[in-house]
Ligand binder design. Structure first.
Ligand code: SF4
Ligand code: SF4
Length: 432
């Protein structure tokens, strides 16, 4: 979790101006067989088997969905090992030694545009399911379930707001590959028969708006708009984006599809493009490596399964004065920190943030009310914390802890440096 005491300064600016480094050749990748959503799995390969890039090597079981597991390099299976998942849990991983040949599996083939244009919704949903495409903004929710809605969808929103500090990988992805984003949006609109598409971006990102508006001229036959939104946190929270881009207020806890709207983040849109255009599962992703404890912050396009240790080396290592280090894998406002770099990159890893450790001692609550005033879903973090301390489930229900979107603002503003977001997570768990 980021603290306001840490100097965010120009880190975001710094990485977004640099070209994206393509790092496609780690010696080994570690493909997670389990995740925070999927505990059980089947593995279809064994030690010394040769695998190709994009080959199915097993299947994760998430209870209400199953998810193929893909090789993200071509090479040889070396066995299995435990690694840390970005969520902080230890997961079983299959190790593949890269042969640097990038031999694609025969299922990875291009689909001409006229073939895609004639695909039915069911066919498109099936490709998205088969390629294990999930929400890459961090949710990891299977995209095929979202696309398979039976609700009437009038608008698809691509969320390019990227409002968390330090992160700029979506910015770079749009700058580097705007056509992919527009085509991805076009395919999603076709799949759900939406008449309108909106790309939501902060109005302060003028360069990005120029790129989007230029690209828009090539898609003038589609009803696509660029929505330019104010620059504040949490503008990128889906409901906030919908409210400001479409004028539709969706109550927390209600699915946007109930209001005829579907939202996808930039990386997910790119993955949907890759899946439908090339039948390609998520084998690579853009992420930001940033923070005050590494020498060279940058955006990198990496193989899924790359070890964070390798990315640190690639970023010129740790800065000399960094003694104890905190790793934040994902958005700094929303996740807790880890104390190891033996973490794997998964499809949902938006960033690797590396900070010099700072000691924050929690003080007793001074009842300043800052957490209550800042909460975007209008709940009362301080009272929820007190209810948790009393183990009062009835009060937790009445205080609507489940509305919390874990944006991290209450902890950020807390005068007493209390880890309020952790309390919110605990509260939700208590209610089950
Ligand atoms: S993390 Fe805190 S500020 Fe954000 S929604 Fe939850 S309670 Fe509100
Ligand atoms: S911001 Fe912190 S100190 Fe202020 S009321 Fe909330 S919990 Fe208490």
């Amino acid at each position: 979790m980021i603290s306001k005491a840490r100097k965010v300064a120009d880190y975001k600016q710094l990485t977004k101006e640099l070209p994206t480094l393509r790092y496609v050749d780690p010696e080994r990748v570690y493909i997670n067989l389990q995740s925070d959503r999927c505990q059980t799995y089947t593995l279809d390969v064994k030690e010394n088997d040769r695998v190709q890039l994009g080959q199915i090597i097993g299947e994760r079981d998430g209870g209400f969905f199953k998810q193929p597991i893909y090789a993200t390099v071509s090479g040889t299976v070396e066995g299995t090992t435990k690694k840390t998942h970005p969520s902080g849990i230890e997961v079983e991983c299959v190790i593949i030694r890269n042969d640097y040949k990038d031999e694609y599996h025969s299922t990875i083939t291009d689909r001409p545009e006229n073939v895609i244009e004639n695909m039915t919704k069911a066919e498109m949903v099936d490709v998205i399911r088969q390629t294990a495409t999930v929400g890459l903004g961090g949710s990891g929710f299977p995209s095929y379930i979202k696309l398979d809605t039976d609700k009437k969808i009038h608008t698809v929103v691509i969320n390019a707001v990227e409002c968390e500090p330090y992160l700029s990988s979506d910015y770079r992805l749009i700058k580097d590959s705007p056509e992919e984003i527009f085509r991805g949006l076009k395919y999603i609109m076709q799949a759900v028969d939406a008449k309108k598409g909106v790309i939501a971006v902060k109005k302060t990102k003028t360069e990005l708006i120029e790129v989007l508006e230029r690209e828009l001229t090539r898609f003038e036959n589609l009803n696509i708009e660029i929505a330019k939104l104010a620059d504040y946190y949490p503008q990128g929270w889906e409901n906030e984006t919908f409210k400001n881009a479409l004028g539709i207020k969706i109550p927390p806890g209600t699915l946007p599809m109930e209001y005829g709207v579907l939202g996808f983040n930039v990386s997910t849109t790119s993955a949907i493009y890759e899946a439908l255009k090339h039948n390609l599962p998520i084998t690579k992703r853009h992420l930001t490596v940033n923070g005050d404890a590494i020498n060279f912050p940058q955006n990198i396009r990496v193989r899924v399964g790359t070890c964070v240790k390798d990315l640190i080396k690639l970023s010129d290592g740790y800065s000399e004065d960094a003694k104890d280090i905190d790793f934040v894998i994902g958005g700094p406002m929303m996740v807790t920190s880890l104390d190891t770099d033996d973490v794997i990159v998964t499809p949902t890893t938006t960033s690797v943030l590396v900070f010099k450790s700072q000691d924050f001692h929690e003080e007793p609550c001074v009842r300043c009310g800052s957490c209550v005033y800042s909460c975007p879903v209008e709940i009362q973090p301080v009272n929820i914390m007190n209810a948790i301390k009393r183990n009062d489930k009835k009060a937790l229900e009445n205080l609507e802890v489940n509305k919390c979107i874990e944006c991290g603002l209450c902890a950020y503003v807390c005068t007493s440096k209390i880890h309020l977001t952790d309390y919110m997570r605990k509260g939700k768990k208590l209610l089950g």
